[in-house]
Design a protein around this ligand. Structure first.
Ligand code: SF4
Ligand code: SF4
Length: 291
């Protein structure tokens, strides 16, 4: 099974539109994962059913056993994350949104009143879609564990029993920890960009990461006709870096309107949809994925 991650150096380039379009254009069922866990929306575009979720236990977090606490205040004084406060009632409490699980408070508490345990930071979910099983997640606000959650989504997806020809990942934007988690183990990355100086800069940073993972790289240039000069810059860069451009998608307000209705680009009869369908075919041919 080939693993393809659809990524973008920055948000807002149309990455999820491309990933959802690929899923719908595929004649085969695919294994699908939405690893853009900070803004998961693939499940909004694909028609999901039978959703089942499990808790995602993220970072360690301290908790205070009030029956043991004598109110000395040492934990508050030593917590460098200001995660422990004394309330108006005099009780010391841990703020789970600030606690980093460093366990310093357990070392300074002479009453052994503090314990560290995992706290729930989100959910990992499985849904059925007409395009194949979709694994996705919700990260609770204030939980900075996106990279771990991406790992969990991929892990659950890879335990899926159905034999499928390709694993298609809608990856997170940027170049941080969740991106590295999403690219890890992939055979190919499809980078989605748009013409523009900052978009090209972000693309170059993403290419640097992809090179370190040794993945095949492909590029979809979205909204290519909005700035023809900058579009040529992207094409020149791809030629120089030997990155295969598989699609040049024209700007099309109908695609944006479709997304607002919760539909994919494949639901539109537009030049953009035709271009993306060709991009999927080209990718499949290059990667040996049955169309
Ligand atoms: S260090 Fe221990 S005993 Fe002192 S306030 Fe904190 S929890 Fe209570
Ligand atoms: S585990 Fe660390 S961050 Fe959390 S409350 Fe204790 S000292 Fe503060």
């Amino acid at each position: 099974m080939k693993t393809v991650a659809v990524m973008s150096g920055k948000g807002g380039t149309g990455k999820t539109m491309v990933a959802a379009g690929f899923a719908v254009f595929s004649q085969q069922r695919l294994l699908l994962a939405d690893c853009d866990v900070d803004a998961a929306n693939l499940s909004l575009l694909l028609k999901t059913s039978d959703t089942a979720c499990r808790p995602f236990m993220g970072l360690d977090c301290a908790s205070i056993d009030q029956s043991r606490c004598v109110g000395c205040g040492l934990c508050e004084a030593y917590c460098r994350f200001s995660a422990i406060d004394q309330g108006d009632d005099g009780v010391f409490q841990v703020n789970p949104l600030k606690c980093e699980g460093c366990a310093v408070c357990t070392l300074v508490c002479g009453e052994e009143a503090i314990t560290i345990s995992k706290r729930q930071s989100g959910e990992v979910c499985h849904s059925e879609t007409p395009q194949g099983p979709l694994y996705h997640a919700e990260l609770f606000s204030g939980s900075g564990t996106s990279g771990m959650l991406v790992f969990e989504v991929k892990k659950d997806a890879l335990e899926n029993k159905e034999k499928l020809p390709a694993f298609l990942i809608d990856g997170p934007p940027g170049i941080g920890c969740p991106v590295i988690s999403a690219i890890s183990g992939a055979d190919a990355v499809v980078m989605v960009t748009e013409p523009g100086i900052s978009a090209l800069h972000d693309l170059q940073r993403l290419v640097t990461i992809c090179r370190q993972f040794g993945v095949d790289m492909f590029l979809v240039l979205n909204k290519a006709d909005l700035d023809k000069e900058r579009a040529e810059d992207v094409k020149r860069y791809c030629a120089q870096e030997k990155i295969q451009m598989i699609g040049t998608i024209p700007f099309d307000p109908a695609v944006i309107a479709a997304a607002r209705r919760g539909e994919t680009i494949a639901d539109t009869d537009t030049p953009a949809a035709i271009s993306l369908k060709e991009a999927w075919k080209t990718l499949c041919t290059a990667m040996g994925i049955p169309q």
